[in-house]
Ligand binder design. Structure first.
Ligand code: NDP
Length: 280
């Protein structure tokens, strides 16, 4: 079985998550069913979507048609900014489950803190109820900085199982990772390949490791995430890249190669700053 090679990470609530998955941000809703079908065929069992991506229905159709047992899949979706709040969060998970055609998601995340709205603590308490109701097996957050995490931890009885954050060689988030490790919060990388916004091949540290192992720059970077204990789900529309990005268990980066890639962190944030992002 192709999927058998993917390691899992233990979450702080007793559940586990496949460390390598497939992300569908910016996957056209009209193409999502066929693209996710290809990803499942390539061996991926962990899919990361969001209500905001407008493609949950395509993900759901691909799952339904795959014939893969529900308990072999790990499906994540996210509470969008405009749906934060108690009642609206409950409505939003019900809509997402209907779109996905599922009775539960494996992981439900608050997509962004949106401090301007001041509702992420209230939303977190709603996620606790959603988990208790069995609609999400695990709950977590996304784009939370340390101070946002501290607030939800202080105001509730549940430490988020996951924080999904922008993380790639030029933005390695070492401090937030150390904070998360102390509290047993798993880190997931979004934009793990730098979203194609900078060339991995042109970074000599990455190119050298790719050459040494006979793999591609993307494979080196995915390996860097995995060897750092991070959960990663690169996105691609192309079947050959789905295979490439999944074929990362036949080599290992050395400590020197890991350190060389660590040295690329120059604080380049590609996406919005969570303290100010307030799109609804
Ligand atoms: P990625 O870093 O995964 O980069 C995707 C880009 O890289 C696409 O342009 C893709 O092009 C290209 N690519 C993929 N594989 C390869 C390869 N092997 N070689 C060369 N280029 C490649 O960015 P994402 O933003 O998609 O991040 C991954 C996932 O993280 C998202 O899909 C989503 O699930 C999640 N995410 C979460 C966010 C949040 O706020 N919580 C924000 C952003 C993303 P092509 O498709 O043409 O192959």
């Amino acid at each position: 079985m192709v999927g058998m090679t993917v390691p899992t990470i233990a979450l702080n609530d007793g559940n586990s998550i496949p460390q390598l998955g497939f992300g569908v941000f910016l996957v056209d809703p009209a193409e999502t069913e066929s693209i996710v079908t290809s990803a499942l065929a390539a061996g991926y069992r962990h899919i990361d979507t969001a209500a905001a991506y407008k493609n949950e229905e395509g993900v759901g159709r691909a799952i339904a048609n795959s014939g893969i047992a529900r308990d072999e899949l790990f499906i994540t979706t996210k509470l969008w900014n405009g749906d934060q709040g108690t009642r609206s969060a409950h409505d939003a998970i019900d809509r997402s489950l209907a779109n996905l055609g599922l009775e539960y998601v494996d992981l439900y995340l608050i997509h962004w803190p949106v401090p301007a709205q001041g509702r992420y603590v209230e939303s977190w308490l709603a996620l606790e109820q959603i988990k208790a109701a069995g609609k999400a097996r695990s709950i977590g957050v996304s784009n939370f900085k340390e101070h946002h995490l501290n607030e939800v931890i202080d105001a509730s009885s549940t430490v988020p199982s996951v924080n999904q954050i922008e993380l790639h060689p030029k933005f390695a988030q070492r401090e937030l990772r150390a904070y998360a490790a102390e509290r047993n919060i798993a880190i997931e990388s979004w934009g793990p390949l730098g979203q194609g916004k900078y060339s991995l091949a042109e970074l000599p540290e990455i190119a050298a490791a790719a050459e040494a192992h006979g793999v591609t720059p993307a494979q080196v970077v995915i390996r860097w995430h995995l060897q750092n204990g991070i959960v990663v789900f690169p996105k691609t529309n192309r079947a050959e890249r789905m295979k490439e990005n999944f074929d990362v268990f036949g080599f290992e980066l050395s400590a020197d190669e890991m350190a060389a890639i660590d040295s690329l962190d120059d604080g380049t944030r590609l996406g919005p700053d969570p303290d100010t992002f307030s799109l609804t």
